[in-house]
Each structure stands twice: as structure tokens, then as C-alpha cells.
Write a protein that binds this ligand. Sequence first.
Ligand code: GLA
Length: 679
Amino acid sequence: MNRPLATTERSLARPRYEHRGIDFGCDYNPEQWDRSVWREDVALMREVGISLVAVNIFGWSELQSPDGSLDFSGLDEIIGLLHDAGIRVNLGTGTASPPPWLTTRHPEILPVVSDGTTRFPGGRQAWCPSSPVFRQYALALVDAVAERYGEHPAVALWHVSNELGCHNALCYCDRSAAAFREWLRARYGSIAALNRAWGTSFWSQRYTDWEEIGTPRLTLSTRNPGQVLDFSRFSSDELLSYYRAEQAVIRRHSSAPITTNFMVTAHIRELDYWTWAPEVDVIANDHYLDHRLEHPAAELAFAADLTRGLSHGAPWMLMEHSTGSVNWQPHNLAKAPGQMLRDSLQHVARGADSLCFFQWRASVQGSEKFHSALIPHAGTDSALWREALELGDVLERLGEVAGTRVVADVALLFSWEAWWAADAENRPSEAVSYLDQVWAIHRALRAAGAEVDVVRPGADLSGYRLIVVPGLHLVRDQEAATVDAAVAAGAHTLITFYSGIVDENDRVRPGGYPAVWRDLLGIRVEEFAPVLPGDVVSLESGGRASLWTERMVAHDADVVDRFVGGPAAGMPALTRRRGTAGDGDAWYLGTFPDEAALARILDDVLTAAGANRLADAHADVDVVRRAGTDRTYRFIINNGTDDLVHRARGTDLVTGEGVSGSIRIPAGAVRVIREDMTS
Ligand code: GLA
């Protein structure tokens, strides 16, 4: 149960989730409502065009009594009502949160945080991923639910638990420590190998027995980074093993596809979804705009591209997003009129064939009573409901888009492991974060109209014209070699600072950074020289940069730009090793340029690589294309404040109007053109 999971492992005989056009779906929590409301709800779902409904996500305490007896009458009724209305069911296993009777009876299942204190029931997800007791009770419930509904014709999809690891990914209890030790034994085989991997000769940390090893609870100083990194890997694997356990139970009773909702978002980083993706029958993601960020819309676009990457380009599901505000940010902003449609179609543009919301009807009690929903507290006489009706109409008209794919010729390498390693304690600058680098590069590519696939290190890179590697701190030798091979085959690459520094054991490769790509880039970095937040570093080109400089020698590359001031004054900031004999160019960026300077750099890099660019894209306008064998659809999403005139020929599926030459896209509007292939 606790062995490290081989990343290539994959269950056989995978059932497929069949999207029906673009599914319009929602979470429904009927247990929060009197049964008299249920019929009205189902009638309204039909009116708005809902075709897929997730139920029983938090159903456990409704279904099961302390004596173990089960009452399915409510679930029977609601599934029956939905089925009679022709609405498919995305059936939760109900295990997301244990009922109070269980945590009272077995307090040992409660999670423990890094300072060693317990977290108590009264919220949600109060369970330790390594608890055998929790697993035993949860799997018994899953067995009963799957047995009862496994062959129900309404069940189109199984929804395991909910956002696994949203709150409880890292548990530091003694049971978790024992499971961690088992995982480490399987990974390293011997204590000596573990000592080598974690570099325990440092600070007198050498272990002599497995029993000496615990979870990386808080220390007086900082913790062993190897231990922390492995604990992240272990924790991701542990929850994945839990997912697999639920999956195996469901499979005994049902042949319907199974998934769980991922959290490819800004604030959750605990699960390595590259290892999870092969285990689910369809990739499903939850995404909420995060107004704590400087560029929430750009983050949405990145998350959608990454979700498509997890799906290997195949259509995926947006399992949750919101009609308006959420309730869990410090300032929960409403969406502007039209924004719900725009944000929704941003996901569809980037490959989603299902668009689902949390939730159907706004709760009137509980922690989420001020979270938006399809039916707000104001009821159906509301702008939100009218926007939901409009969205339902548009999604129906977009049905023909389903099954088409984004075709990208730029690949961006992204890794959760690299994120864990890059943002560790004791790094060169706390002001530099992995995601900030990734987002900045993706934002610039998006604004340049490039079509970008986000792929894992080591993925097949053939077919891409440009490979972008932002801040990929941890990379294995063989993963790094795929970039070299792609460049040798003619692709271009852009690698940015702090990439390729450590191996999978977080061990620095000595001899000058980035050792693993020094030859490819023709440079050698001798020393990092970050600058204080707020300080500006000028570049010879006139551009401005911040946060990071480094002392570098370009021994086999052209110096395209140099630092004028700062700790690396006079040294290269941007280099280019020109390809010869069919190789592509290898660019290296050793700083964090501002938006304008980065746009210029990417303009040059994309042009040199010959990458495709969609016209009219810029920071506030997304232009994305989905293609099928005989048709293409162009999404133009105008997030800006100015109207836009875009050249196109075909039919706009949003308004139904023909487009012969150009189309006006008002500020805040979105258009989806079925392109005329004959023009
Ligand atoms: C998550 C959960 C939902 C709900 C929403 C609120 O995505 O899965 O149950 O709490 O957040 O935004």
C-alpha cells in the first residue's frame, strides 16, 4: 500500500467518459434542502440545460448511522428524479468527510500538522491519508454505494471522494511516519542509500535505523530538504494509493468511468498530478479565479493548458468553477457581467468538453453560504440566473466543438517535483518563486498568440518547434536529455534561470550552473546574485528586470543582452547559442524581465523558432484554436476594455452570425468562429 508508485503504471481496460456535446454540469447537495425543493430543482436544471449532476459528494453522515446501517432513500430518490429528467449522474462515493460519530469513535484517524498538533473535526477532510481505520470505514461505504448504484443507468461517472488532499495532503502523525518509513524502504532499500540521498552527513543527521526517521515536523532551524522533498512525494503517492483503493472497490460493481477532481490551481501544490493522471478515466479539474494574484485571468489560462497537458491533449472536464464569488479568499469578488461566459469559454477553448459549477443552489447555512451558485440566494429573478440560461444556450450551440483539440507547437515543461524543490526553505531568494516564473513565461506566450502545451519533463517533445523551460530547478539527467535531443532534431529552446540545478535527490550538480544544460546553452553560471525586491536592474537593450541576476560566462553563445547595473553588471543576461547543422537555437535567460522586456524576448524567440502565432492576441485578448479532422474553431476572448475587430471567415457560434472577412468583438465579449476552410 505504501510503495512508491511507478510513474508509468497504468490500469488496463480503461472505460472512457463520453461527453455529450459540451456537458453543462454542477454539484448538487440535495441533503441541504427539504425534499420539496428537489423537484423544482430538477425542473430548473432542465430549463437551464444541465446535463450532468454530481451528488453524494459529502453524503456520508446522511447515508450511514453509527451502527453502520445505511439509508439510501434520499439518494435513490434524487438519482431517480435526475434520471427521469434525462440528466446524467456523476456519483460521489461520499467519503470526502467522515461523520462525527466516526471521528469520535476513532480519534486516531484525525490528521496532525507539522507542529505535531491535531486538527479536529467540525470542518471537512479531517482524516489522515495513511489511516487504516479511515480506509476500512470509507471503503466499506464505497462498496455499499457502488453495489447499489453500480449498474444504475443514470450513473455516467464516478467521483471518488472530493479534491483529495485539499486540506489533509500532509499528515505528520505517527501512523503517517510509519507509512513514510515503508515508502522510504521501498525507494532506497538500505539506510545507507537513504543517507546518501538526503545528504545526512550535514548537521549530524546520519540515520542508523529506519525507526529513527519521522515525518519532517517543524524543527528549530530549517529541515533536511531531501527529507521534505521525499515527504512530498510520499504524501502524493499515499493519497493516490487511497484513490486506487476506492477505484478498485467501485470496479467490482461498475464498469462506468471513474475520476476525481484535481486542483490545478495557484494555491495547492501537494499532489504530483503527472503521476495521478494515468490513473483516472477522464481528467477533471476544479478551478477558481484567484484574486490574490496579480493576473487571475492569465492563471486561469495556464491552469487550463496544464489540465489539457495532464489529459495528453484529449478533452477534459472542468468539474467545478463558480458563477460569481467564492467564499474562501480574503476579498471575494463578484464576476463582472459577461465574465462567467468568458471564463467558461476560456476553459472550453483550452480543451474542456465539460463545464461544471460548484454548486447548483447557494447554501443558506454552513461555511459556504456566501459562495455563489447557479441559483443565487436572490433566486431565479436575478442576473446570475439569466447568465446561466445564456450559458446553457451557448454551450448547446458549441456542441459541435466537442472532441476537437488544441494543436500547439510550443511546449512548456512543468513539474510539481521541481516546484517542491524550487520553493524550499533556504533558497537564494524568497522573492523568486517557481510559479511566478512559469506564469510570467506562459502569460507572455499567451499574449504573443502562441499555442502552448504544458508537458511533464521527459515527455515526447517531437513535433514542437519551441521548448520552453522556466525555472525547472529539479530535473533528472534523462529528462534534461530530452530537451537536448529535441534541439538536436531542430526544435529551439528557451531555458530560464534556476533551471537544471539539482538532480532528483536535490543534489546540486557542481562545475557551474546549469550543469545539465551548460553545453547545450554554451554558458556557465558561476554565482547567483539575486537583488532585493523593488530594485530594478537595467539591461543594455533598454529593458528592465528585477529579483534575479547571475554571474555568467557565455563561452559558446552570443550575448543578446547584458546587465548594465546591479551585482552582475556587464555580464550576460540573455544568450543565444545558434544551432548549426540542423540544430535549433538554445536561448538562456538569466533574469526576471518586466512584462515589456519579456514580450520582446519571446517575440524574438518565437520568430526564430518559426512557431505559429494567432493574430490579435495580447495580454487582454485570448485567441485559441481547436481543430478536428475537418473543421477548426477559433475562440476570441476579449477580457479587455476596448472593442476589437478580428479578421475571420465562417460562423460565430455564440451569436449565430456569419462572419465574412472581419468580426467586431465588443469589450468583455467572447466569440467562437467555426472557420470557413475554403477561404
Ligand atoms: C472546492 C470543493 C467544493 C467547494 C468549492 C468552493 O472546489 O470541492 O466542495 O468547497 O471548493 O469553492
